[in-house]
Ligand binder design. Sequence first.
Ligand code: FEO
Length: 166
Amino acid sequence: MLITDAMNKKLNEQIANELNASYHYLSMACRFDHMGLRIFAARFEQQSDEERGHALRILKYIQDVGGEVSLAALARPRDDYNSVLSIVQAALDSEMNVTRQINDLVALADQQNDYATRSFLQWFVDEQVEEVRSMTDLLQLVKMAGESSALLVEARLMKMMAAKKD
Ligand code: FEO
């Protein structure tokens, strides 16, 4: 095996962290749908899929380096949100939290002179910059528009989603 048991354990924990983030985004997407905000719901569903992709990326890496994948139980995601602002703020908090988790993994890789894992993690470091930026932008828009203008934010969000696909 190319990684230590400690690194294997931390990477397994990160699979669960990413899947919990995916589950949380799905729960937030359902709240948006319940509010009648279908574009917000679609954006958060898309983010949920991305987080699952992150988990699978780590899972595949553990297999590539001869480690053992061990899946943990997922936590019940929060679903008592009652405003657009509270959901987007929670999403940003979650991204900040994942950024800290990725940084901890990088620190462990550095400490162990584990260059393979350090290199693998760089994609996640860059991805977190993009995701924190994107959620910060959305939070700013929601704050500027106010809760009653969420539909206007949706129009902007639709353009942002189309631009991301191009
Ligand atoms: Fe996989 Fe948005 O962190």
